[in-house]
Design a protein around this ligand. Structure first.
Ligand SMILES: Nc1ncnc2c1ncn2[C@@H]1O[C@H](COP(=O)(O)OP(=O)(O)OP(=O)(O)O)[C@@H](O)[C@H]1O
Length: 320
């Protein structure tokens, strides 16, 4: 009997991806997620899907994953849903002792997809699959608002009341138009109280509304804070100085036209610790969901997260 000896090259194990997904996010059909997963499977990924069944699940699932023994964890975690579900998952991720080791990507399927806009990720199955497959991560800071994590923004005042009042059924049907409709209703009934904002322990500044921005965009691709950067260890604090129905409409128009940062009565300060006071129990929105009530203390989370970014093009700029 003759045996030929040859060296066997070990077959590398397929990289493992776990996707936490909200089956009722936005108005996209399941087909979009399947398109992304089919492309990733074709690239050799082994995928496990974990569906959320209710509010809070994305946080629980993400926390369970980052707390697994290292050898059991997937190579990559992705969150498929709107900014609300992604925000929940981020709350799970920040609880990890070594969250730094768990890169996570996003599959935007929500109404406004602000985080996707922020990182320049197109809502396109091929682009998303290529981005996740490339696993190019960037360390980003997230904020904590009364202990609740957020990656994009926290708002108190007019916009928080709009978020609190928007009808979920109308949001499903009309998407962003539901927020515009609610903003018009709110403009008439909002009592326009005074909010006080203290930055890095300084004297309180009065404002009619405030947005503490971690990212540049608001409600899609509308710029509120041009100097904000997810990688920066600090916030841009956007102060709406004027109050009343006319001013709210003026700010809204400026936001839609892309000129809010240059608008009279709008000021931006930088800082890493913010305290907002105002009417007790007034709602506060974080990444588009109500995440707490006033008074609110905002600071940076002690750990940075590793967010998967779209690949840079050859000129070194990110895709728009
Ligand atoms: N299976 C589920 N059933 C009910 N609510 C859910 C479920 N999964 C997640 N949620 C909650 O629904 C909220 C909204 O979901 P998500 O952000 O994914 O989509 P969206 O509202 O369509 O998009 P956006 O946040 O961009 O407006 C989240 O804050 C989350 O808490």
């Amino acid at each position: 009997m003759f045996y030929q000896t040859r060296t066997l090259t070990p077959v590398p194990a397929a990289p493992r991806l776990t996707i936490i997904f909200n089956p009722i996010a936005g108005r996209r059909r399941r087909g979009f997620l399947e398109d992304v997963t089919d492309r990733l499977t074709a690239r050799g990924w082994a995928i496990e899907l974990q569906a959320t069944a209710r509010r809070g699940d994305a946080e629980r699932l993400a926390r369970a994953i980052v707390r697994m023994p290292k050898q059991d964890r997937p190579d990559l975690l992705a969150v498929a849903g709107g900014d609300g579900t992604i925000g929940e998952a981020i709350n799970g991720l920040v609880t990890a002792v070594d969250a730094d080791a768990m890169p996570f990507g996003i599959i935007p399927m929500g109404t406004a997809n602000v985080l996707a806009a922020e990182i320049g990720l197109a809502v396109d199955a091929a682009a998303i699959a290529a981005t996740l497959d490339a696993r190019q991560a960037r360390r980003v800071h997230v904020g904590l608002a009364n202990g609740r994590a957020f990656s994009l923004m926290v708002g108190a005042g007019f916009d928080a009341h709009v978020v609190a009042g928007v009808d979920p059924a109308m949001k499903k049907r009309l998407g962003k138009l539901a927020y515009m409709w609610q903003a018009l209703r709110e403009a008439r009934r909002f009592p326009y109280p005074t909010y006080r904002v203290s930055i890095d322990g300084g004297d309180p500044i009065e404002a009619a509304s405030v947005i503490v921005a971690k990212g540049r965009y608001y409600g899609g691709r509308h710029v509120v804070a041009p100097a904000a950067d997810l990688g920066k260890a600090g916030f841009e604090i956007c102060l709406f100085e004027r109050r009343g129905i006319f001013q709210v409409l003026r700010y809204g128009l400026a936001l839609a036209l892309g000129c809010l940062p240059r608008t009279a009565g709008y000021a931006i300060a930088s800082g890493s610790r913010v305290e907002i006071t105002g009417p007790i129990d007034d709602p506060v929105q974080g990444d588009g969901d109500i995440i707490g009530r006033l008074p609110m203390r905002i600071a940076l989370a002690p750990i940075r997260l590793r967010l998967i970014m779209p690949r840079r093009d050859p000129t070194g700029t990110r895709p728009a």
